[in-house]
Ligand binder design. Structure first.
Ligand code: SF4
Length: 194
């Protein structure tokens, strides 16, 4: 699959678009996934992710995918396991010191990143691999984390609005909203008073 791996980093821009669409769709599916249960969804999704990504990227299922920060070149294919750039042994022509027949994954990563819309992410220092996540679905984790952040932001917005209604009534009754408040904010404000 080495050729497909090179193909992926040479078409990194298209894969970046596909990844963005896929992530958006998975984030939108969050309510469904929560109803079904993330564990069940993961059991179905992981084999699909493994198959697709092993074909395209020689994925090792580290569980913390960084392809979008590494020009769509998987750093886990580096024989030294380097996640933050190449070692000092890259051969002339961009070949690996340990496997001279293979292009350095970081040389591919750099050229892939130059084609991507958010290729500048390659300069962000990546944390060490958490081996406890090996074999899990990175797609699902990333989408779930994003969905949780969005939910928390919405919740914070709702609470701020509810507080604003409450304070307005207390300090200036005439500024209280004419429209009925959503039931959740009324309950929240009752709870705060008790
Ligand atoms: S970074 Fe991890 S999850 Fe992503 S392709 Fe490489 S091994 Fe697979």
């Amino acid at each position: 699959m080495y050729r497909l791996r090179l193909f992926a980093s040479r078409h990194s821009r298209s894969f970046e678009r596909i990844y963005t669409l896929l992530e958006g769709a998975m984030v939108a599916m969050d309510p469904v996934f929560r109803r079904v249960g993330y564990r069940r969804v993961e059991a179905v999704l992981t084999p699909i992710e493994r198959l697709v990504k092993s074909l395209l990227f020689d994925c090792r299922m580290c569980g913390q995918c960084v392809l979008s920060s590494t020009g769509m070149s998987c750093p886990m294919n580096c024989p030294k396991g380097l996640r933050n750039g190449p070692c000092g042994g890259v051969r002339p022509g961009g070949f690996c010191e340990v496997k001279p027949q293979m292009r350095c994954v970081w040389v591919e990563a750099w050229s892939g990143a130059t084609r991507m819309r958010h290729g500048e992410q390659i300069s962000i220092v990546l944390p060490p691999v958490d081996h406890s996540l090996k074999g899990s679905s990175a797609w699902l984790r990333a989408a779930r984390e994003k969905a949780e952040v969005r939910r928390a932001a919405k919740e914070a917005q709702r609470t701020t609005l509810a507080r604003a209604f409450d304070d307005a009534r207390e300090h200036e009754p005439s500024s209280a909203p004419l429209a009925p408040e959503p039931e959740t904010s009324v309950e929240a404000s009752r709870e705060r008073r008790t």
